[in-house]
Ligand binder design. Structure first.
Ligand code: F6R
Length: 607
């Protein structure tokens, strides 16, 4: 997490750095800071909270200088106050950091024993002092940075500058992403290409263990053995405009409304609507030879993967292990040579998902990545990228990326079924036709906005909520609970409806509304029984169902949200919308920061 920027430029850089940081605010917004050098003097402005506070600060006290670094923080070590905000300084060395220095306690003790005084609680400050100590011992700036880098353990992306050299920024990457942008007589460093898009689209992505020496006219990249290395220069696809909210109050609202369109784009990439077939894909494996797929991801992407498991197993008779990536990376799952691994990630930078991918790489199995950000690390390290075409997702709570992930997984599962002979050409045509109807039904569900807003007013009165569902609606219930808790801060849990009587039913009383996701499918009656168990104990039910379900549900629900009757394969996609809208409107009623909820960040590049 955290976003970093560095510019060795031709004009005053502070406003350019702030502009780039705006594009990186998705990586964290606990504090922000900029440092520049002018006339051999280092100066910085830092502020707690969002970037807007830093902008105000710079408005009152501007910074000159044609070289600078900047940072937007997601706090790991130390509370999010101004003293802990980056850049950190030590005797003419300035530094910004994304990641975690794991051996910082040991280094801190060593530096304190040497007389270095710490002004923050961060792990980052040790790096500034380490470099300053090497300079004090006689090393030049580049040598000092290199020696310090060799002492660091953990995950980091760094940008470093020196008050006595206004033509030098050093960048280093070990884990979190870092990109070099090539300009004409100026050079840039940023956590991603989008941050640098207004300045240049000629980008070099640093690899793990790389460190780069940026001067206005030249960039040289080295590995940790100090060998100069060549890295490709690529044309970035980053868009230079800052995506705006249009007529919506929040990005999340806008992104919920974009779903009919982006689901349609994504499906069209995998399905031929005219022929009624799935498209052949250039994959590093053949579905018919696989005996297992390992699917891993974090958070919402994991819940999409969990729904994907039902589809692959049911439609293609292909067993799937769906794992939370932070567990998968350490559980040493045996992978047969006929396995393939799929990783699902909006950002393509999530540290645990990336580590799981690398585990599979070491195990030698083929790797596919379902990602939204092209050019991201996960996309680059996979054998094949299976894009979600959701467009930039700015709201921290994932909405349109989730339904696009579902669209890819459903299309892939159908394709797998076709290739494995478990789906006939006629069944393929029907399933493709059903999937093609998803955007239209999604548009219809968006029209239920005012009813869902009214339900949200009711929901906002409670402190705890239970979500229930069966089959694919079980992971969706967990997604509903995740959305609700992350943006409204209401405690919510998602359960398999059949599990209720094995424990959670003890929680049911009139203070605990239960949201049940129950389309009228082959197990609808089972879910109705679970609702009766809830009702018998005074629980208040909010039922999300379809027209048939509303007719057949024999319970007295507090609220019933009635969706259109939709084909089974698209129910998880269509039922995602009401749960997103419910979370969104509840958060609006509660007055929370919908797009940037507390303690979270859009891209999680630490473990
Ligand atoms: C929740 C949410 C997170 C992400 C998770 C993985 O709304 O957005 O749970 O899904 O942090 O992120 P990506 O998909 O970027 O790997």
């Amino acid at each position: 997490m955290c976003g970093i920027v560095g510019i060795v430029g031709q004009s005053p850089v502070a406003p350019l750095i702030v502009d780039a940081l705006k594009r990186l605010e998705y990586r964290g917004y606990d504090s922000a800071g900029v440092a520049t050098i002018e006339g051999g003097t280092l100066a910085r402005r830092r502020s707690q909270g969002k970037l807007i506070n830093l902008e105000r600060r710079l408005g009152e006290e501007p910074l000159g200088g044609r070289i600078g670094i900047g940072h937007t923080r997601w706090a790991t070590h130390g509370v999010p106050n101004e003293a802990n905000a980056h850049p950190h300084f030590s005797n003419g060395v300035a530094i910004v950091h994304n990641g975690i220095i794991e051996n910082f306690a040991e280094l801190r003790a060593e530096l304190m024993a040497d007389g270095y005084v710490f002004h923050s609680q961060t792990d980052t400050e040790v790096v500034a002092h380490l470099i300053a100590r090497e300079i004090a011992r006689g090393a030049n700036s580049v040598e000092a940075a290199y020696r310090a880098l060799r002492r660091l353990e953990g995950a980091f992306a760094l940008a470093i500058m020196f008050s006595d050299d206004e033509d030098l920024i050093i960048g280093a990457r070990n884990g979190p992403p870092l990109a070099v942008g090539h300009g004409e007589g100026e050079m840039f460093l940023g956590s991603d290409a989008i941050a640098l898009a207004p300045f240049t689209n000629a980008i070099t992505y640093l690899e793990d263990g790389d460190w780069a020496v940026l001067r206005r006219d030249k960039v040289t990249i080295f590995d940790m053995d100090r060998n100069e290395v060549r890295r490709d220069r690529q044309q970035s696809l980053g868009t230079s405009f800052l995506v705006d909210k249009g007529n919506h109050r929040h990005f999340m609202e806008k992104e919920i409304h974009e779903q009919p369109e982006v689901i349609s784009h994504t499906l069209a990439h995998y399905l031929d609507f005219v022929e009624g077939t799935t498209r052949a894909l250039d994959l590093p494996f053949e579905f018919k030879n696989l005996d297992r797929i390992a699917l891993s991801a974090c958070g919402t992407a994991f819940l999409a993967s969990s729904i994907g498991k039902y589809w692959f197993e049911r439609l293609a008779r292909l067993p799937v292990d769906a794992d939370i990536a932070s567990e998968f990376r350490y559980r040493e799952m045996p992978l047969s040579k006929n396995s393939a691994a799929l990783f699902v990630s909006q950002s393509g930078e999530t540290a645990d998902t990336l580590a799981s991918l690398r585990y599979c790489r070491r195990e030698g199995i083929p790797i596919g990545a379902i990602v939204n950000v092209r050019g991201s690390t996960i996309a680059r390290e996979a054998d094949v990228t299976l894009p979600t075409l959701a467009g930039p997702e700015i709201g921290v709570a994932s909405t349109k990326a989730f339904t696009c992930q579902l669209s890819v997984l459903a299309s892939l599962a159908v394709r797998a079924g076709v290739e494995r002979g478990t789906i006939s050409p006629e069944q393929e045509r029907v399933l493709v036709r059903h999937l093609a109807e998803a955007p239209r039904y999604a548009s219809q569900v968006l029209k239920l906005e005012s009813q869902i807003e009214a339900v949200a007013h009711e929901l906002a009165r409670y402190r705890h909520v239970l979500y229930l569902g069966r089959d694919t609606n079980y992971p969706l219930a967990m997604e509903g609970a995740l959305k609700l808790k992350e943006i409204s801060y209401i405690h919510a849990e998602g359960y398999a409806a059949g599990e209720l009587k094995h424990g959670p039913i003890a929680l049911i009383d009139e203070k605990m509304p239960v949201i049940v996701i129950a389309p009228h499918d082959r197990i609808f009656e089972k879910t109705v029984s679970n609702m009766q168990e809830v009702a018998a104990r005074g629980g208040k039910i909010i039922l999300i169902t379809d027209k048939k379900g509303a007719e057949h549900a024999t319970i007295n629900a507090m609220e019933t949200i009635v969706l259109p009757d939709v084909p089974e394969i698209i129910t998880p996609i269509i039922y995602s919308l009401p749960i997103q809208m419910l979370a969104y409107f509840t958060a609006v009623v509660m007055g929370t920061d919908v797009d940037q909820p507390r303690n979270l960040a859009k891209s999680v590049t630490v473990e």
